[in-house]
Design a protein around this ligand. Sequence first.
Ligand code: G4P
Length: 556
Amino acid sequence: MSVYQLFIFSIRYTKTFREKFDSLGVMDSELSQQIAKRRTFAIISHPDAGKTTLTEKLLLYSGKIRTAGVVRGRKGRKFATSDWMALEQERGISITASAMQFVYKDVVINILDTPGHEDFSEDTYRTLTAADCAIMVLDAAKGVEKQTRKLFEVCQLKKIPVLTFINKMDMPGRDPLDLMDEVENVLNIQAFAYNWPIGSGKQFAGVYDRTKDICQFFTRASIGGSECAPMEEKSFQEDEIARLIGNDDLKKLKNELDLLKEAGNLFNKEDFLSGKVTPVFFASALSNYGIEPFFDAFIHLAPPPGKRLADGDNKEEIVIDPLETPFSAYVFKIQSNMDRNHRDSLAFLRICSGAFEKDMTVKHHRLKKTIRLARPQSMFAGERVTLSEAVAGDIIGVINPGVFFIGDTVSITGGFNFKPLPQFQPEIFARIISKDVGKRKSFDKGIKQLAEEGAIQILQTQNEFDQWIYGAVGKLQFEVIQYRLKDEYQTDTEITFLPYQCSAWIIGDISTYQKPFNSILVQDNTGKYMGLFNSPWEKNHAIQQNPKLEFKDIKY
Ligand code: G4P
C-alpha cells in the first residue's frame, strides 16, 4: 500500500483527518503532493473554433479514450465524449458545462467544459470561477471572435491566466504574425509565441518550440486524427524544413522567427500567472499536429490550486489556503436529470481547500446546518463514477435534495463564505404554460429544478391571476427549457414572449418607486424586486425618476 493509499484508507476512519495526520506527519506532504498535481481549467472559445475537438484530444492523449470520435455533431455522426446532453448533440453546441477528470502524464486534469453560445454566458461565468486557468481556442482563419472576447474579459476580471491555442493550422488561415497582433490589440494582453508553425494549410508540418530551440514534426497516423500523431523532435535544419514546406516558406519562417526574437515579448511565468502575458501555441486539433507539445507545456505552465479569498462572518476578508484550511468548497453549478438512469439533481462543488472523503459531514453555511455529503460523484461525460476521495482543485457532484443553491459554501470549520457568484439581469421574458392541464405537477417540478440550475429565473408579478413570468439571458435558453420540459418532465409547453427588453434589480425603499407606465415590477426567487422595461430608454427614465433607489444589472 502506498503512503497515499494509506492516507486515503485512514481518513475514512477519522472525523477531522488533519487532527489525526498532523500527529503522524504524513498528511501535509501527501496532501500537498496531491494538490500540487491538480490542474483545473476551462476552455473558452467562440462556437466552432474547436473547443470540443481539443477537449477530446486531451482525452485521447491521456489514454482515457482510445480513438477520438472526431467527426461529431450535427449530422448523426459520432459525438464528442463531452457532449452528453441530447440537445447538445442535436444542435452541435455545448449547452451545459460538464466537468471531467483524468490523468495526463501523472498530472490530474480537471476540465470544465463551458458553453460557447452567448445565451449561456452566465453559466460560463460561474464555471470560470471554478477554474484556475483557461485555454482560449482561436480559429486561425477567424482570429479573436466576439464570444471569445467576452469570455476573455471575464478571465481578466477574475485574474485567471490564459493560454492561447491557435487552431486549424491545417487549413488556409491568417498570417500568424497578424493573429499575434490581433490577440495583443483586441484583448489588450501581451502575447508570447511559445511555438511557431512550420508551414500552414496543407503544408503544416509541425511547430518550432522557441523555448527549447527545437522543431517538432508530426506524421499522420489516422484519417481525421482519431489516433495520436507520432511526434519527432529535431534541431532546426534548413534543408529538411525546405523539403517539407518549400524554399519560399522557409525564408518566411526564418524572417518571422528573427522578428520575434528582436521585437517579440519575453516570457516569464509570473507575468503569465498574473494575466499580463498569454503564451501562444499553434496547432491543429483535428489532425493532432502540435497537440502533444501543447499539452506538455500546459501541465508545466498551468497553476495548481491557489489561495482564494472569502468573506468572514464579520465581513472581514480571509484567505483560504488549499493546504492549510481544512475541507471547504462551493457550489458553482446545479444540474438536474443528467442521465436517464438518475433523474435527480446534482450540485457541482469546486473544492477549494483540504481533502474530501465520502459521506463526510460538513457545515452548510447558508442553512447553518450540518449535512452529509452522500454519494459524491465524479463525472466523465455524463457517466458517473462514485468517488471516495478528492482534494482541493477537484470538482465533485453531490446529490442535491433541494438543499443547495448556486454559490453555497460548505466546509469543516464554518465561519466564512466564498465570494458570491453574480446573477445577470435577464433580457428575454416570457410566459410559459403547460399545454396539458393534467401535467401541471411535473411542469411545476421541472420549472423549479431548472430555475435552481440557474437556467431560468422565475419572477413573480403583483397580478394574482397571471402570476409568473420567466426571464433568461438569451432566447436559446427558452428553447432549451422547452425541450427539457418535454424530454425530462414529459410536459408540452407553450411559450409567449413578452415585450420587455431589459431589467434591473431595484434596491431601496420600494414603496417610493415611481414606475414608468408600461413597465412592471416583479420579485425574483429570493424576494428581491426587479423592474422590467420595454426599452433601455424607459429603464434610464426610471433610474432618473428614482434617484433614491439603486438599479443593478448584476446581483451578487
Ligand atoms: P466548438 O466545440 O468550439 O464549437 O468546435 P468543434 O470542436 O465542434 O469544431 C468545429 C468544427 O471545426 C468541427 O467540424 C471540427 O471537426 C472542426 N475542427 C476542429 N478543429 C479543427 C482543426 O484543427 N482543423 C480543421 N480543419 N477542422 C477542425 P464540424 O462542425 O463537425 O463539421 P464537419 O467538419 O464535421 O463537417
